[in-house]
Design a protein around this ligand. Structure first.
Ligand code: FES
Length: 261
């Protein structure tokens, strides 16, 4: 298990950080030096050190998103050295440790790049497009009554495992940032699969997939061209199988719907 190493040497780093005052103003990369960075720090703690130094100098700290810092909420959306969440597979930015870098390294830090995720400021982007896709259908709204007893609705283990795997999507947007088309197919497919696989999701199954895909297109996300970088960079390992499920769900819904577009 990786833990604190008392012999780990502090590192001096050069950071190339995207600075952009607001959505309307052009941004640029600005160079900063950070010194005496412990290899046991998380990446976000390293940015905290940078910001404390900037504040001491009376300068504007770097804006970046974070919340749980435990790999759960999906807020920490940083593009590090050209990769969503940086160099360690299956890891969010907040769970990335500085021991993955070396003394003297230059690290480039950018926001997610996608038209559907406009920059708020610096490294913080507006991911409300994902919220609107969920609002379009990523829920179960049928009246299910009171809380059912456990195991009242039998679900085969293989199906529940696949639904659970899809449900682990934290909605961070790494898939969009990693895709050359800025496609949101992996995100949408995880949300559609999760509900389409379970009995509770059957009532709205067809309208859900139609509405969520329509909203995805309205938001301006790109098309999927089967590159697979989304799944390769996903910090929680959402698989491409979900995109196959989404395509099947969408075609089935369109073939059977009364409102063919
Ligand atoms: S801050 Fe919540 S997942 Fe990184």
């Amino acid at each position: 298990m990786a833990g604190s190493n008392p012999n780990a040497k502090p590192m001096n780093l050069t950071l190339k950080v995207w600075r952009q005052p607001n959505r309307q103003t052009e941004g640029q990369i600005v160079d900063y030096k950070v010194n005496d960075i412990s290899p046991d720090m998380s990446f976000l703690e390293m940015l905290d050190v940078l910001n404390e130094d900037l504040l001491r100098k009376g300068q504007d700290p770097v804006a970046f998103d974070h919340d749980c810092r435990e790999g759960i909420c999906g807020s920490c959306d940083l593009f590090i050295n050209g990769r969503s969440h940086g160099p360690e597979k299956g890891t969010t930015t907040c769970q990335l440790h500085m021991r993955k870098f070396s003394d003297g390294d230059t690290i480039t830090i950018e926001p997610w790049r996608a038209n559907a995720f406009p920059v708020n400021k610096d490294l913080s982007v507006d991911r409300s497009a994902f919220d609107r896709i969920i609002q379009a259908g990523g829920y179960v709204s049928v009246n299910t009554g009171g809380t059912p007893d456990g195991n009242e609705i039998p679900i085969p283990k293989e199906i529940s495992d696949r639904a659970f795997e899809a449900a682990t999507c934290i909605g961070c947007g790494a898939c969009v940032a990693a895709c050359k088309n800025a496609s949101a197919m992996l995100f949408v497919s995880a949300k559609v699969s999760q509900l389409a696989l379970l009995p509770q999701g059957q009532v709205e199954r067809e309208t859900r997939v139609e509405n969520m895909v329509a909203q995805m297109d309205i938001e301006g996300f790109g098309a999927c061209t089967n590159i697979g970088s989304c799944a390769a960079e996903c910090p929680v390992g959402i698989s491409l199988e979900n995109i196959a499920i989404l395509n099947r769900e969408f075609l089935t819904a369109k073939a059977t719907s009364n409102h063919l577009a």
